[in-house]
Write a protein that binds this ligand. Structure first.
Ligand SMILES: [Mn+2]
Length: 278
């Protein structure tokens, strides 16, 4: 059984392994595997290779009118899922991230940084992604390396789960309130890493979490995912509220950007024809 994982080095001195899986029943022999949202994934049983996402084809059959009737490719569609995982090890951290873009909002996160777990839960539950994060980092120093490396792995994982990015909405825009806080997030899954972040977080720390790491988290994620990301705080006084509103808005914007655009019929949403980084 083929197990073709693409190595990647997000940072000098780093070894990272990332796999995305995208297949239909017809190409399961290649070792890639998908399972439909809500069904148990067989990712680990069969491994996977860097998938040319079958989402393009799936997107073309996913318009409500077709899927409601049980489309002609229903059998193959059953096995389609945008899932990827990344393992990343350095002398500072050991990180595992797995994302199912078509999940149900399940979060299984143990980063060693409690507030970050709370924020990853926001991404999962409001993005309706299944997110698994396991990390062992040098948190006896501080939360910096662990937070950064999770973000780098998350971004890489996201990019792999998206495959060619064909058939998706590409853009996402959401403003989330949390009591007095209001944060606006706009993104473009363009393949072009960029972050503009305008947050004024009064507290230096929330729990053990250094609030300056919010921007660093999103910068790292934008770099490895190939995402243009703008974050604007429109209101807010309470640090916890501001950061949580940011992650909620990010989650909803990402959910929107990753979601299928049936009118694209599986085409890449770019006049250039390409949205990936390489
Ligand atoms: Mn850093």
């Amino acid at each position: 059984m083929e197990r073709a994982c693409a190595g990647a080095k997000a940072r000098a001195g780093t070894s990272a392994v990332a796999c995305a899986v995208a297949c239909s029943r017809s190409d399961r022999r290649t070792g890639s595997c998908r399972a439909r949202a809500g069904r148990p994934t067989r990712l680990w049983e069969v491994g996977g290779g860097r998938g040319e996402s079958s989402f393009a084809r799936r997107a073309s059959t996913e318009s409500p009118s077709v899927s409601a009737k049980g489309g002609r490719e229903e059998e193959e569609e059953e096995d389609d899922l945008r899932v990827a995982f990344v393992e990343r090890k350095t002398k500072e951290t050991s990180v595992f991230v797995k994302i199912n873009l078509d999940g149900t909002g399940k979060c299984d996160c143990a980063s060693g940084v409690p507030f970050l777990d709370h924020m990853l839960d926001q991404i999962a539950s409001h993005g309706l992604f299944d997110v698994e994060v396991k990390a062992e980092g040098d948190i006896w120093i501080d939360d910096h390396h662990t937070t950064e490396d999770i973000a780098l792995a998350f971004g890489q994982c996201l990019s792999r789960a998206l495959g060619t990015r064909a058939g998706i909405q590409r853009f996402g825009d959401f403003s989330a309130p949390l009591d007095e806080a209001l944060v606006h997030v706009v993104m473009d899954l363009s393949g072009r890493p960029h972050l503009s972040c305008d947050l004024e977080i009064p507290a230096e720390r929330i729990g053990t979490f250094q609030t300056e790491m919010v921007e660093h988290f999103f910068q790292s994620l934008a770099n490895t995912s190939g995402m243009t990301l703008h974050i604007r705080q429109l209101a807010g006084k309470n640090s916890h509220h501001i950061v949580e509103a940011t992650f909620k808005a990010f989650a909803r914007a990402l959910r929107q950007a990753c979601s299928p655009d049936p009118r694209r019929q599986g085409a890449v949403a770019s006049s250039k024809g390409v949205l990936t980084q390489s």
